[in-house]
Design a protein around this ligand. Structure first.
Ligand SMILES: Cc1cc2nc3c(=O)[nH]c(=O)nc-3n(C[C@H](O)[C@H](O)[C@H](O)COP(=O)(O)OP(=O)(O)OC[C@H]3O[C@@H](n4cnc5c(N)ncnc54)[C@H](O)[C@@H]3O)c2cc1C
Ligand code: SF4
Length: 500
């Protein structure tokens, strides 16, 4: 077992860890030693191949197919230098004021979070794509929604020199997407922060992180040789392993005994992928994949509709059924329009992360009847959008038939019955994992205070999506960065007291 010592140790390098590292990096000029411990690899540029199965294995935990305990949902989240920002789509929204009010975290004001979030919009080159760069998949969504009178907005996205390869969720091969691996981490390293890749923290005990460094056989070699290390943080440990892994790490480190809410109140924005087939080829796998969202039902039915484009394996997995019809639809891939549905799920104490006997995370999440109602309503709305956009037939996961033909567009309510929306019977997924170390007042209602400091442990902070007390109700990464920015400021403010 080898020993290492730093002043500040950050666990994880995604949206939260990357932002925290960059914000704390100026302390290096005063001699403060900072390390980021990241269990994923830093890929070499030539290793971003865009091949679906290969990239999923390299960049996602469980290749993007982690199952919830009841096996009703799959979860996708990243493991890499840059975390999930390497595989996210890069849609960049700030959280609405009313959601911050619903969160009701003591000391967390909308203006403060918004100001910090806007800083990252600028840092990440967030902008709207010009109209001539929008592909058919996105134009058809706009057309369908507009025809139905649904409110649509264009997504701001964070690219620089986008070459329209549509491979965002497999890691951008063109260095265009501005994740923490392109922006915040290189800046932090330039200022003196050390990033140790392939380095998994297994346990935290009294400011010491027990870690294992491995060689995955791809990516840049880790700065440390494979083996076990005890990494001491003289001042502060910042946990930024993401919603599932931060809670799991703290649980297996024994913090659950005095923090009854640790791991609880997980929310997932349960998602469905629906496809509509057109009678002509459309550009769907060329162009930026996500340009529009529809918030018509955000308040009334708690869901968002977004454009999306998934690759053959993910698309095939998300269709219901198999055999000839499934194969027929997959052969129509170049004619498919796709919509992603996001349900805005309530934060419930029993939806939680636990750890199994080996200390590995288990996501114990039950879809409520209310969320199933929402998914049903979202399927009806999406099907209407496809037909309004001119699709000749639609595949909706809970429909009585594999295809709904345009001639039956008037019978959508009857053909997609609520009774068919059952966990385990339709393919539900999630890429927005939130909660588990929620902010709040005290250990009775939360895990950290409004600055991410763990109740009762002044040297331990959380700076990632696990801080969310409820779901963000919009795509979350900008909010994760805004919160990490606050956490870093809290650490800088307390640095004198902590370093003494
Ligand atoms: C496919 C996909 C598309 C998405 N698209 C969007 C989008 O368009 N817009 C948006 O706003 N959001 C999007 N998201 C969500 C967004 O990426 C996340 O909300 C955000 O990255 C969460 O930040 P985080 O810091 O909490 O975790 P992550 O970014 O997931 O980073 C956590 C990091 O910690 C590391 N880690 C975990 N445990 C340990 C440990 N024990 N030791 C060492 N390292 C550890 C992990 O390897 C990982 O790299 C998407 C997510 C996915 C998966
Ligand atoms: S669409 Fe743009 S950002 Fe996405 S992978 Fe291609 S070049 Fe990168």
């Amino acid at each position: 077992m080898q020993e290492r010592e730093y002043d500040i140790v950050i666990i994880g390098s995604g949206a939260g860890g990357g932002a925290a590292a960059k914000e704390l990096a100026p302390l290096c000029a005063d001699g403060v030693k900072i390390a980021v411990l990241e269990m994923g690899a830093k890929l070499k540029e030539e290793e971003y191949t865009g091949r679906e199965v290969e990239m999923s294995r390299r960049l996602y935990i469980d290749s993007g197919g982690t199952l919830t305990k009841d096996r009703a949902m799959t979860l996708a989240y990243g493991r890499a230098y840059g975390g999930s920002t390497v595989v996210y789509t890069g849609t960049s929204l700030t959280m609405p004021e009313e959601v911050v009010e619903r969160w009701n975290v003591p000391g967390l004001e909308y203006e403060d979070l918004h100001r910090r979030s806007v800083k990252y919009l600028e840092e990440n080159n967030v902008h709207l794509l010009p109209e001539d760069e929008l592909n058919d998949n996105n134009r058809l969504f706009l057309k369908g929604c507009t025809k139905l009178g649904y409110h649509v907005e264009q997504f701001p996205i964070n690219t620089k020199g986008c070459l329209s390869s549509s491979l965002c969720n497999l890691g951008c091969p063109n260095q265009a997407k501005q994740g923490t691996h392109r922006v915040q981490l290189p800046q932090a390293e330039a200022e003196g922060v050390e990033v140790i890749t392939n380095c998994r923290v297994t346990r935290i005990e009294d400011r010491v992180c027990e870690t294992v460094v491995t060689d995955p056989g791809f990516g840049e070699p880790s700065p440390w040789a494979p083996g076990e290390y005890r990494v001491k943080a003289k001042v502060v440990v910042v946990c930024a392993g993401g919603a599932v892994n931060s809670a799991a790490l703290l649980l297996r480190s024994g913090f659950g005994e005095r923090l009854p809410n640790l791991g609880r109140y997980i929310t997932l924005h349960p998602a469905l992928i629906l496809v509509g087939e057109h009678d002509r080829p459309i550009t769907n796998f060329y162009g930026h994949p996500k340009s529009y969202y529809c918030d018509e039902f955000w308040k009334s039915d708690a869901f968002l509709l977004e454009t999306c484009m998934y690759f053959p394996f993910v698309t095939a997995k998300n269709l219901i059924g198999f055999g000839a019809e499934h194969s027929e639809l997959m052969r129509a891939f170049p004619r498919l329009q796709m919509i992603l549905v996001l349900a805005l799920d309530p934060a419930i104490a029993d939806n939680r992360v636990t750890v199994d006997s080996a200390g590995e995370p288990v996501v114990d999440y039950t879809l409520t009847e209310g969320v199933l109602d929402t998914l049903h309503a979202s399927m009806l709305a999406s099907t209407r959008v496809f037909f309004a956009a001119g699709a000749k037939r639609v595949h909706a996961p809970a429909a009585t038939n594999f295809f709904i033909d345009a001639a039956d567009a008037g019978r959508i309510d009857e053909l997609i019955p609520r009774s068919n929306v059952l966990p385990g019977k339709i393919s539900i997924t999630s890429a927005h994992l939130m909660g588990g170390c929620r902010m709040g007042r005290d250990p009775g209602d939360s895990v950290t205070d409004g600055w991410g400091r763990v109740h009762g442990t002044p040297w331990l902070y959380v700076a990632d999506s696990s801080l969310f007390p409820q779901c963000s109700e919009i795509n979350p990464y900008v909010t994760v960065m805004g919160l990490a920015d606050r956490v870093a400021e809290g650490i800088r403010t307390n640095a004198g007291e902590l370093l003494a």
